[in-house]
Design a protein around this ligand. Sequence first.
Ligand SMILES: Cc1ncc(COP(=O)(O)O)c(C=O)c1O
Length: 458
Amino acid sequence: MTVIPNSMQARDIAFHIHPQTNMRLHQSEGPLILTKGDGVYVYDDAGNKYIEGMAGLWCASLGFSNRRLADVAYEQMKMLPYGHTFYSRGHPPSVDLAEKLIGLAPVPMSKVMFQCSGSEANDTAIKTIWYYFNAIGKPEKKKIIGRERGYHGTTAAAVSLSGQPHMHAKFDLPFAQFKHTSNPHYYRLHEDGESEEDFATRMAANLEQLILDEGPETCAAFFAEPVQGGGGALTPPATYFEKIQAVLKKYDILFVADEVICGFGRTGNYWGSQTYDLKPDMLTCAKALSASYMPISAFMMKDEIFEAIATQSDDVGSFGHGYTYSAHPVATAVALETLTIYEEMDLVGRVQSVSPQFLERLEALKAHPLIGDARGVGLLAGMEIMRDKATREAFDPAMKVGERVQNVALEHGMITRAMGDRLALCPPLIITSSEIDEIFDKLTAALDTVNDQLTREG
Ligand SMILES: Cc1ncc(COP(=O)(O)O)c(C=O)c1O
C-alpha cells in the first residue's frame, strides 16, 4: 500500500500502536480506517462499504447505527456522567443492570461485579477464585485450567488462562499456576474412525489426567468458552461438556463459563450455557452486553461463593478489588437499554429464525475445494481451509492462505476473520436474510479467487 504523507494512515503509523498487530508490517501496510457504520455495514475513509461478517470483534450485536443506544448514552451523560462504585457507592443504572442480569442468568446466580472488558471480567473471576479458596480454608487449591487455543483476554492472568502461544511468547507468560488441557478441535484432532462422542471421552480423560498429574487438591477452576472464538470459532463435539463437567464435579473444581462471545443470543439461546447444557459456578460476559456501544463486562457468581467471600471481606476489612470505571453509569445505562432492546426484538427468536439459512449456506461451503470442514451454531461459524480434504492435509502455514482469503474478501466488501487457516463468521444479530446471502456470496467469491490463484501458483 502507498501511504500518502500526512494522510490519516500516515499519522496513524506515526503515532499509534495497534493491539494484536505486527508493528513492522503495519508501518508498511498502514491501517484500515473506518469512519461510519449503518446497520450491518461499515465504511472506510475512502467511502468503501463493507458488510461486517464479524460484528467487529464478535461483539456489535445490534449493528452500527442504533439511535436508541446513542440517545441513552447522551441522556445519562447529562444526568450523571461519572460515578464510581467503590466504598458502597452506586447509581441507578448499576443497580438496575445488576438486578436484570441476575434475573437473566442461565443458572441461579447471586451477585454480579462489573468491569470494562472481557479480560478484566476473567481476571476478576480468577482473583475471586483464589480469594474464595482461601476463604473456605483450602489455600492449596489455586491452579486454574484453561484449554489450548482458548481465548480469555490479554491481561496478565486472563492471557495466562488463554491457550494462545503467540500471546505468551516473549511476555514471560503464562504464570505457573495456569495449566492447559487439550483443545477439543474434533475435525483436526480426531483419529481415523473416532466418533465425536469417543473423541469427547478422550478429551475428558485428558482433563482428568492433567488434574491427577497436578494433584486434584491443587486444582481450583476450569474455564471454557461454550464455543471457542479466538481459537477458531470451534463448536464443541457432541457430549464434550457433559463429560468435562462430570470430571470437574468428581474433583470439586469450579466451572467458569466464559460467555464473552456466546452470551446474548449468539448461539441461538440467550446463553451458550443453555445451548450446551452447562451448569457453571461463575459466568463472565461482555461484548453484546452493551451491543459494544460502551465498554462493559460482568462477572456473576453463585451464592455460596458470594457468602464465603463476603465473610472474608469482613475479616480483611474490604474486598480489595475494583476499577475506577466498574459499573460506569453511561456504560451500565447503555447495557440496560441494550437488554431492553433484546427483549423487544425477541432476540433469541430472531436468531433462531435466520440461523437455519446461515447454517445451510455454511454447510454448502463444504463443497468448495478449499473448505475441509464447516460448523456453526446460531449466528456463529468456523471453517477450516485445507490443502487436501480427503487426507486432512493442511497448507503450509507460511502460505497464509486464511489471511489471503480474508484480504480478498475485504476487497470484495466483506469482513471475515482468519485465525491461521480457520475462517470465522459472526455477523450482527440484526442481520437479514438477504444480508446473510451477501456475506456467503462474497465469501464464496473470495474463496474462488484464492483457489484460482493457488492453482495458478501450482
Ligand atoms: C471468549 C472471550 N473471553 C474474553 C475476551 C477478552 O475480552 P476483551 O478483549 O474485552 O478484554 C474475549 C475477546 O475476544 C473473548 O472472545
